[in-house]
Write a new protein. Sequence first.
Length: 96
Amino acid sequence: MSELQREVSELEAKSATAARLFDIRRIIGGLFVVYGVIVTIAGITASDADLKKAQDININLWTGLAMLALGLFFLIWLKLRPAVAPVPSEPEEQSP
């Protein structure tokens, strides 16, 4: 294998790793899970006065649980269908 082919294969491997690392599903899922935990904790610790303002609906708890579910959905989706870098086509040999 020539030096150029080896360098190209190394760059392709790095590109595939970068594609998996910066997949938008990981970012969205992670943020929704973090914010979902925060909002769920706020809903669990809500006082009676807070609930009375919201007509006895613990909106923080329900919104936090929904955010957790959405974030977990994105992370599970990432795990089940990981991003793959596109495989470049082989350049055709030109005859002289």
